[in-house]
Write a protein that binds this ligand. Structure first.
Ligand code: 13P
Length: 283
C-alpha cells in the first residue's frame, strides 16, 4: 500500500530502527525493491532523484511507483530525492508522490529555512511529508555535485532552530558520509548524530550510505538515524551481474535475460540492507 513517508518513519523513530530509501530509475529496480520488502516483511521507500526523473520521466516513475505500492503487501512511500526545483517538487506532489525532499542546502540558513517552510506548508496541506537538508553532504548524486572541501557538518543547535521554524518531518544531516563511491573509509561523527537527535527529536536521514561499514551503520541507527539512502551499492550490484552474464553469454540479445540477473543481484543487496537497518519484520 502507498503511505506517506512520515507514516513509515514515525514508527522507525519510535522503535529505533531505520528504513531503506532506494533510488529507482526503471521497472527492474522497482520490482527488485518491492520483492525484497515483501519477502522480508519490511516497510520501504522508493525514491527518485532529479536525474532519475530526467531519465525516465516523472509520469513513468510516478506510475511505476504507485502500481508497485498499491500491489505491495507492505507499506511503501514514493519519495522525491534531493528536489532543488520548486516547480518540480509541486509536479511530483501532483503526480502522486507521498513524500518529497526539498534540498536547500546550497543556500544560507535563512534562505534554506524560507524555501523549506514554503514546501512544507504546501505539502502538509495535501497530506504529503517532507524531508529537508541542513549542512552540506559531499560527493556526487546524479546532477548534484558537492566538492569535499565544500561539505559542511550539521550543527545541532542550528538543526533545532531549522526544525522548529520549518516544521519539516525528517531531516537529512551531514555527519561524514558522501554520495557515490568512497576513496577511503568514511568516518562518521557519531557524537554529532546523537546531539542532533536529542536536539530535534524527529526522524533523521543518512545520505551517501553505500560503502559505509556495517558496524558504523548499526551505530548510526542506534543513535537516531531512521532513513538510510542507498543508490551506489544497487548500481554496482546491477551492473556487475549484467557484466558477468554477458561475459558468459556474449551473444544473448534478450533484454529480459540480460536484466534479470541484475535485478536478482540488486534484490539480494536490498535484503541485506533491510536486515542491517532493522526494518525486516516491521511491516
Ligand atoms: P549512495 O549513492 O552513496 O548510496 O547515496 C545515495 C543517496 O544518498 C541518495 O540521496
Amino acid at each position: 500500500m502507498l503511505v506517506t513517508g512520515i507514516e513509515i518513519l514515525q514508527d522507525a523513530h519510535k522503535n529505533n530502527y531505520a528504513v531503506g530509501a532506494f533510488n529507482v530509475n526503471n521497472m527492474e529496480i522497482v520490482q527488485a525493491i518491492i520483492e525484497a520488502a515483501e519477502e522480508l516483511n519490511s516497510p520501504v521507500i522508493l525514491q527518485a532523484s532529479q536525474g532519475g526523473l530526467k531519465y525516465a520521466g516523472v509520469e513513468y516513475i510516478a506510475a511505476l511507483g504507485k502500481v508497485a505500492a498499491e500491489k505491495a503487501k507492505v507499506p511503501v512511500a514514493l519519495h522525491l530525492d534531493h528536489g532543488t526545483d520548486f516547480q518540480q517538487i509541486m509536479l511530483c506532489i501532483r503526480h502522486g508522490f507521498s513524500s518529497v525532499m526539498i534540498d536547500g542546502s546550497q543556500y544560507e540558513l535563512e534562505e534554506n529555512i524560507a524555501i523549506t517552510k514554503k514546501v512544507v506548508e504546501i505539502a502538509h496541506a495535501v497530506g504529503i511529508s517532507v524531508e529537508a537538508e541542513l549542512g552540506k553532504i559531499g560527493g556526487i548524486e546524479d546532477d548534484i555535485v558537492v566538492d569535499e572541501r565544500e561539505a559542511t557538518f550539521t550543527d545541532p543547535m542550528e538543526a533545532k532552530l531549522f526544525v522548529d521554524k520549518t516544521k519539516v518531518d525528517y531531516l537529512a544531516i551531514a555527519v561524514g558520509t558522501a554520495h557515490g563511491v568512497y576513496k577511503g573509509e568514511p568516518k562518521l561523527d557519531f557524537d554529532r548524530i546523537k546531539a542532533i537527535k536529542e536536539a530535534v527529536n524527529i526522524p533523521l536521514v543518512l545520505h551517501g550510505s553505500s560503502g559505509v561499514p556495517n558496524d558504523a551503520i548499526e551505530k548510526a541507527v542506534s543513535l537516531g538515524i531512521n532513513k538510510i539512502n542507498i543508490d551506489t551499492d544497487l548500481r554496482i550490484a546491477f551492473t556487475d551481474a549484467i557484466k558477468d552474464f554477458l561475459k558468459k553469454d556474449p551473444d544473448n540479445i534478450d533484454p529480459r535475460k540480460i536484466l534479470g540477473p541484475g535485478k536478482e543481484a540488486m534484490k539480494e543487496v536490498i535484503k541485506e540492507k533491510m536486515r542491517l537497518f532493522g526494518s525486516a519484520g516491521r511491516a
